[in-house]
Design a protein around this ligand. Structure first.
Ligand SMILES: [Zn+2]
Length: 261
């Protein structure tokens, strides 16, 4: 989400006890721009364009509506630019129903539900995932899908990690090594590395193309050597992956094209 934000100091000075009003729908008539307006007790006007291209304004109770409309009008170019960006990058996410689709290594696979029978494993072949399910209730489909994704993520990610971990040791000529791998369903992050060298990766990573998975793993492996994002960290990352910067740009755009499931 793109936002005009206050400096961190001011942001912390909100009054949590005084609630914001419910959002009201407004339109900027000459631009046919719809937005929601929420009144609160902050000191400044704030404007945000969300990934669904909707526009949200938050304003102090004391500011008259005409001033708010003038403010929105003055930012119209910026709003249109962000809306265009989000619309251009909006793509398909995972669709969990029979005939829907899932993503694996950046490719789309048709989802076919098959009756769950004892010992029948999910099968990924010829552009489709055959997923055994107890019923076609959304909760059952989601549980079966997440169990499949987790099992496959553990397999794929541990193999990539082992390979890149060895490559990094060879390249850097050191003995730094990941102490362990945890795969979890993560909502916001792709991965992390603890001070003890424990690497955590998101199960959702297996939806990404392999070069982006390798980017995330390489990023965490460089944190075994540099626990920050200093120039030394980035230099290490670029020596491991010369096109790290390009991959990082692609991975930043990915969630806009494919909202996380
Ligand atoms: Zn990092």
């Amino acid at each position: 989400m793109f936002e005009f934000l206050l400096p961190p100091k001011l942001r912390r000075k909100r009054h949590p006890s005084r609630k914001a009003s419910a959002p009201e729908a407004h339109t900027l008539p000459e631009a046919a721009l719809d937005f929601t307006l929420q009144r609160d007790h902050c000191r400044t006007l704030r404007l945000a364009v969300r990934p669904d291209a909707s526009v949200r304004v938050k304003a102090p109770v004391s500011v008259p509506l005409e001033d708010i409309l003038r403010f929105v009008r003055s930012r119209l170019g910026w709003i249109r630019e962000k809306q265009a960006f989000f619309l251009e990058h909006r793509g398909s996410s995972v669709e969990l129903r029979d005939g829907g689709h899932i993503l694996f290594l950046g490719r789309t696979f048709l989802l076919r539900l098959v009756p769950a029978k004892r010992g029948r494993p999910p099968r990924l072949r010829a552009g489709r995932l055959e997923l055994p399910c107890r019923s076609d209730a959304p909760a059952d489909i989601e549980a079966a899908f997440k169990a499949w994704r987790m099992a496959l993520a553990k397999l794929v990610l541990s193999r990539r990690l082992a390979r890149l971990d060895a490559e990094a040791r060879r390249l850097f000529g050191d003995r730094a090594a990941a102490s362990g791998l945890t795969v979890r369903s993560l909502k916001r992050r792709w991965g992390s590395c603890s001070v003890r060298g424990q690497i955590t990766l998101a199960a959702q990573l297996i939806e990404l193309p392999l070069p982006l998975i390798d980017y995330v793993i390489s990023h965490e492996l460089c944190h075994l050597r540099h626990m920050d994002h200093s120039p030394a960290f980035h230099a290490a990352l670029r020596s491991l992956l010369p096109d790290a910067r390009e991959r990082e740009t692609r991975i930043r755009i990915w969630p806009l094209e494919h909202p996380r499931s």
